[in-house]
Each structure stands twice: as C-alpha cells, then as structure tokens.
Design a protein around this ligand. Sequence first.
Ligand code: PEP
Length: 252
Amino acid sequence: MLIAGNWKMNLMPHEGMMLTHEICMGISDIPSHVDILICPPFTHLAQCSLIIENNESPLLIGAQNCHDSDEGAFTGEISASMLASMGIDYVILGHSERRFLFNESNDFIARKCLTAFKAGLTPIVCIGETLEQRNKGIVHPVIQEQVLSILHHEQIVSSISAHNIVFAYEPVWAIGTGLAASPEQAEDVHAFIRLQLEEKLGDHASMIDVIYGGSVKLENAKDYFLQPNIDGALIGGASLNAESFLAIAAQA
Ligand code: PEP
C-alpha cells in the first residue's frame, strides 16, 4: 500500500519542515505494509529530506514534476537526475493540473517517465477522465489511451521491473472538489487499469501499485482501501495536515 501526499504549491518552507517533522514523529504507529510518501514543492525538498534523514525515518519523498530532458536550455525546469542526486525517490508525472494548466500531452508525460527511469526515480503517472468524458460514457477508452501511451514504449516496459512505476487514477472531476468517486466507480477503473497492465506486463502487473486520488479524506479512505484493486491513495488537501494524513494512512 502506498499513501502519497501531494502538497502542490502550498506551505512555506518552515511550514513544510514542521509538517515533515510531525509525519516523521507519527509514522511509527502506521503498519509496516504501508509506504508513506510526501511530495513537497521543489524549494522544500532539500530541507524536508534532511529532516527525514536526521530522524532515520522510513518516510519517502518525491517531487511533483520533472522535465523530459536531462539538461539544457529549459529556463525554470528541473531534471530527473537533479532530483535523484538529492536522494528523491519518486516523481509525480502528468497530474491533471499539469495536463490542463500546462498543456502536457500523453507523449510528453511518457518521455518524462523515461527520463525519470534513467535517473533511477519511480514515476507516479496520473491518469483520469474529465466529467464530460464520464458523462459521454468514454471512461475506459480515455484511461486505456493514457495507460498505453506509457506502456507502448518498449524502454519503459523493460525499465518497470527495475525501477517500479505507480499509476494514480484521479478522475479530474474529483480532484479538490469534495466530489469523490464512489469506491465502486474507482474500483471499476482500477480493475480496468490492472487488465491493461496484465496484457502488457503479464504477472508483473500484480506488483504495480494503482492508487486512487480525488477528495480522499478520513471519512471515505477505508472504503477505497477495501477494494481489491486499490493499492493506496494520492492525497492533496488532506495531506497538508499531519494528523489527517496519518489517520488516512492508518486505515490502509
Ligand atoms: C491531488 O492533488 O492529486 C488530489 C487528489 O487532491 P485532493 O485530494 O485535494 O482532491
């Protein structure tokens, strides 16, 4: 099980450090089959990493994005190898806010995924349909296109066993809206994603975490974790408070 917190562009550095410290303090109460990950803004990564290291904590740390090139004239961007050199474990790729606000395409996200693997990071690839697509009844084809845009790269497929990959199903209409998908709606899509993974990766598909994101909170978390194909959660708002984040993780 993976419980990941996406802080987005929230918290000043000292607040992020305090939150990291609080999570490190509470993590010992969480069952050992649950991996806990925080994804602070770039500017906080070094300080948060140091806190994790000083506490000898099993808390994992990830970034919220990286570029698809390893270096070069890309003002304002951060490469996967820069992140890896700081001891970062994971990188979120293709969050719907990046797809829609920054026009990121499936192809671009797949290229980032390759660069992340080359640097030794584990990508968390976010996929999910809009409300319009759900209302049109095209959830599965949309999800299939997003998953296959990653898995049709032979190099990605051959890197998965070494570096691992996580898929986060995040229906766009459920992110930050309080309108969470029902556990049955989520399970239906997770089972479909698992099928796509099985077709491409065979037995290895069962090793890949497929986590749900979209208005997860303490009140609804357990119902997701009871579903057979839901392996954790990607949490936005509720990850900004140690108590609520750890309480969700304790349900996993
Ligand atoms: C997210 O940012 O990925 C997310 C799921 O946000 P929230 O939990 O706030 O809906």
